[in-house]
Design a protein around this ligand. Structure first.
Ligand code: SF4
Ligand code: SF4
Length: 69
């Protein structure tokens, strides 16, 4: 599931929001990408691969692993 978008690294190009097959990412008024509905993320990695500025972090697991203790 998408975990984080680095606000400082994001240039606001909008590619991640455009390429996402869901409605997970939106562009805010400050022209930065932000996570809108993280739970709708398919973990397809399209946004992470498309962001040439390495601003998007997608975790390989759909849900965080439970704590071991
Ligand atoms: S693709 Fe990267 S730089 Fe472009 S809007 Fe998305 S996070 Fe920002
Ligand atoms: S991993 Fe796929 S579904 Fe999830 S936010 Fe990125 S493009 Fe959208």
């Amino acid at each position: 599931m998408i975990r984080r978008i680095d606000e400082l690294a994001c240039t606001g190009c909008g590619v991640c929001a455009m390429i996402c097959p869901g409605d997970v990412i939106e562009m805010d008024e400050g022209k930065k990408a932000r996570i809108k509905y993280a739970k709708d993320c398919w973990t397809c990695f399209s946004c992470e691969l498309a962001c040439v500025f390495k601003a998007v972090d997608v975790h390989p697991f759909r849900k965080p692993k439970p704590m071991a203790w």
